[in-house]
Design a protein around this ligand. Structure first.
Ligand code: HEC
Ligand code: HEC
Length: 252
């Protein structure tokens, strides 16, 4: 191989390797350095480390909105700091604490949490209205969840959950492989007010959705049952191109 060609290939490889270092949502600054430890501005920290997934201004991202007063009134500081510190295993939520391989100091993590609360929440208490708790130890029953899905969700997500006129497939094994049960629970309780998914009470930004009119609000057990129903569609090898879940090497 002539010298110029090998230099060109070397350069190309370096560029490709450089490019592969990038992943969607991975926090990058223009100069590609992690946020320095002396940065304490919420706007800068949020923009550089969270907005890629949770959306600019905390909504319309791939991951759930943090600009959500209902969510912020249900999620404790301890819970949110825990998620930010450790990430959520087997999902796209990365750990941010330096001790866990992330790039933020504990004081920066607290700055972000305080900034989220100051900018976006929480909702004022409404007397007599008690949403289900964000986390729950209640074991869900998938069969009861199926019945609730038919009454409370099918009008938008389709009878079997594979998607309808208004909203998409929520039993897709590839989707379910990327999200935790807690994330399903958070979204069923708080909805996705940015995308048009109603909360536990059937409302989107305070207005009850047509499809949930006249239906009872969801309680703690209902939410666990719905999560169990959705989660029952998880498969061992999501997205695997094999026609069955048998070991593909057993075919001959
Ligand atoms: C690479 C994408 C990505 C980045 C960057 C990211 N998140 Fe997340 N985050 C996620 C995903 C995906 C989930 C849902 C994980 C699951 O399935 O439980 C999540 C979950 C969360 C939750 C818990 C939501 C719940 O259901 O209770 C909080 C709180 C959170 N993220 C805060 C943050 C903050 C603050 C930052 C910035 C410091 C951040 N995230 C950066 C993807 C990301
Ligand atoms: C008024 C219509 C409507 C109803 C009723 C509804 N949803 Fe949704 N849902 C949406 C929309 C819109 C989205 C946004 C994504 C999309 O378009 O599929 C969504 C998203 C979701 C997501 C994905 C959230 C994420 O970001 O990962 C889940 C899970 C979900 N819905 C479950 C349910 C369940 C369970 C019920 C019944 C309790 C329900 N939905 C009822 C409209 C609805």
């Amino acid at each position: 191989m002539n010298c110029r060609l090998s230099i060109t290939l070397g350069l190309l490889a370096t560029m490709l390797l450089g490019a592969c270092d990038w992943m969607p949502g991975k926090p990058v600054k223009e100069d590609e350095t992690p946020v320095p430890a002396d940065v304490h501005s919420f706007n800068v920290l949020y923009r550089d480390t969270c907005s890629g997934c949770h959306g600019a201004d905390g909504q319309f991202g791939g991951a759930r909105p943090l600009n959500d007063p209902l969510y912020l009134s249900l999620a404790s500081d301890e819970y949110m700091l825990g998620v930010m510190t450790d990430g959520v295993p087997h999902t796209l939520m990365p750990p941010f604490a330096i001790s866990k391989g992330g790039s933020l100091t504990n004081s920066q993590l607290r700055d972000i949490l305080q900034g989220i609360r100051r900018s976006w929440g929480p909702m004022p208490d409404t007397p007599g209205v008690t949403p289900p708790s964000l986390s729950s130890a209640t074991k869900g029953e998938a069969s009861r969840g199926r019945t609730l899905f038919a009454s409370h969700c099918a009008a938008c997500h389709g009878d079997d959950g594979r998607g309808g006129k208004v909203a998409g497939n929520v039993i897709d094994p590839s989707y379910l492989a990327l999200v935790s049960d807690q994330s399903l629970r958070s979204n069923i309780i708080c909805g996705r007010h940015d995308l048009g998914m109603p909360d536990w009470n059937g409302a989107i930004n305070g207005v009850v959705a047509e499809q949930r009119k006249g239906l009872a609000p969801l309680n703690d057990k209902d939410v666990s049952d719905l999560v169990a129903f959705l989660a029952s569609h998880r498969v061992e090898f999501p997205g695997a191109p094999f026609p069955s879940l048998e070991n593909p090497r057993d075919t001959d």
